[in-house]
Design a protein around this ligand. Structure first.
Ligand SMILES: Cc1cc2nc3c(=O)[nH]c(=O)nc-3n(C[C@H](O)[C@H](O)[C@H](O)COP(=O)(O)O)c2cc1C
Length: 258
């Protein structure tokens, strides 16, 4: 039989060794985790740019090569809509910028429940064989269980949707989680963003939408997931609206450079 002191000492020693092990692995694996996050983000950009097939297996080197060859990251000043040249898009962290009061502003109350808007934001231009084929905008907003983070790709006319994808969300698989469903995502292609008055008209229906030709501004709702569907609509309206890329879009549509 061991005495109480020995038992406490032994338990403390086990805790100490385990904590060193856990903290050590967190530190050692941090670079690998960051690399995997970046790789996943690049894959999503390539996916929404329609440069890879959904589920297509690509090595990290292939993803990187495709990204380097076809995607140009650009930092945009949301207030002026102009390109920011003194920030390196490769190291710019929009999420971090949105949290820092020095590089962001409190958002006006909005349905997407976005709290802070960064002064600058990252977009991706898809340039295939020298031709601009799409611009990819980051979007985010509240779903039912948490924030949905994704990208929407729009053609060079800044009107026709090329694709949508989400890289992070907490929605329920089979319900709101159907935002990842390939068939549902394909319904977005060819839909229109703005109505004739220049207002954002694109939204997710409650229920079915018509074909692109007869119903260009609507996409089928996710069944049993009206709240997630609304979250997707709200995210698009916020980020492509006045508080997001609205100024950039207006300037570009009025003949400014994209
Ligand atoms: C366990 C559980 C998980 C749910 N997950 C989601 C979800 O991810 N997204 C969503 O919009 N609704 C979800 N709902 C349903 C919502 O509570 C709500 O009923 C639904 O959004 C209404 O959509 P409907 O009008 O299409 O039925 C969930 C409900 C339950 C009980």
């Amino acid at each position: 039989m061991h005495d109480t002191k020995y038992t406490i000492f032994f338990a403390a020693l086990v805790c100490f060794v385990c904590s060193i092990f856990v903290a050590g692995s967190a530190v050692l694996l941090k670079d690998l985790q960051d690399a995997n996050v970046l790789l996943d983000r690049q894959k999503k950009v390539l996916d929404v740019a329609d440069l890879v097939e959904e589920g297509q297996k690509l090595s990290a080197i292939e993803v990187n090569a495709l990204f380097e060859a076809n995607i140009q990251a650009v930092v945009v000043d949301l207030a002026t809509g102009e390109t920011v040249t003194d920030i390196d898009p490769a190291t710019f962290d929009q999420g971090k910028a949105a949290k820092d009061p020095a590089t962001s502003n409190a958002a006006e109350e909005n349905a997407a429940k976005v709290r802070r808007v960064p002064n600058n934001a990252l977009i991706y231009q898809v340039v295939v064989e020298g031709e601009l084929t799409a611009i990819i905008f980051p979007i985010e907003g509240a779903g039912l269980w948490g924030t949905l983070y994704g990208f929407i790709a729009v053609g060079p006319d800044l009107q026709t949707v090329k694709g949508i994808t989400f890289y992070q969300h907490k929605e329920t698989p089979g319900l709101g989680g159907e935002v990842d469903n390939t068939r549902w995502k394909s319904l977005w292609q060819g839909r229109h963003l703005f109505d004739e008055g220049g207002r954002i008209a694109l939204s997710v229906n409650k229920g079915q939408a018509g074909s692109v030709e007869e119903d260009p501004y609507h996409v089928d709702g996710l069944s049993g997931a009206t709240l997630t569907s609304r979250g997707v609509t709200n995210s698009i309206h916020f980020w492509l609206g006045e508080q997001g890329f609205g100024t950039y879009l207006k300037a570009a549509r009025n003949g400014g450079s994209i």
